[in-house]
Every structure is written in C-alpha cells, then in structure tokens.
Design a protein around this ligand. Sequence first.
Ligand code: THU
Length: 136
Amino acid sequence: MSISDPQRNELAQRALAAREHAYAPYSRYAVGAAILGASGEIYEGVNVENAVYPVSMCAERTAVFKAVSHGERDFRAIAVATINGGSPCGSCRQVLSEFGEDIVVIQVNSDGEIVRQMTVKQLLPDAFGPADLEVD
Ligand code: THU
C-alpha cells in the first residue's frame, strides 16, 4: 500500500504540528504522530509522560487509540515527528501491526524532512497477530 506525495507531506506536517503539544517534561524528547485512516480522516497523537515513568504513553499509540475510539480501524500511513527523525518503539510497532502490516510509517525530523519510510511489516517482521490466537 502506498500513499501519494501530498498525503505524505500533509501527514508529516500534522505530526510536526502535533509535536508542539507533546508532554515530555522528563525525557524532553517530544514526539508527534499523525495517522491517516481509510476514511481520509487524520488523527494526531503526542507522547504523554508521567511522574511515574512507566505509565507514560508514546505518540503513535496515542494516535492509534484515538482513531480507534472514533471507529477507525483501517489505516494507510502514520507520520512520526521527533527532533532526529527517530524510529517507532517496539510497543508501537506491535500496536500498529494489529491493524495492518502494510501501514506506511514515515519518520520526520524537526526540520520537517522525511528521513525514512518503511512498512509496519518491515519494522516488525513475523509479528504476533490476531491469527496466532486462532488455536481452537
Ligand atoms: N516515544 C514515543 O512517543 N514514540 C516512540 O516511538 C519512541 C519513544 C516517547 C516515549 C517517551 O515519552 C520519550 O519518547 C522518550 O522515550
């Protein structure tokens, strides 16, 4: 599954803009994400840290959970904006893979440059998924 250049640029810009709202007082590593649903709707997310560090949430999962809460389950692409165009963590890769291995993941740096584009399948090969629970 591929996305058009305008869609890619829009997602990158939305992730960058969302990053302004990141709540990251502990790591100071602000992350913004924007995920495109099959409906055409875009949902943003940011990392939300906590004084109890492990309960913090990543930007990508915030975006996915927000989208799913609005009834969206089919995703085309997600852009992730960080200062250095960093890669999604393992937990976020797992959550994305639940909804599709062909979702395009676009990594964006704080200058708005797209530094890498991969699919979820490339980022998390051989993921544990819904089919693995069909054991009866
Ligand atoms: N973070 C994300 O939001 N997404 C990722 O994929 C990588 C890490 C956040 C978690 C934490 O708030 C901060 O970045 C540093 O790890």
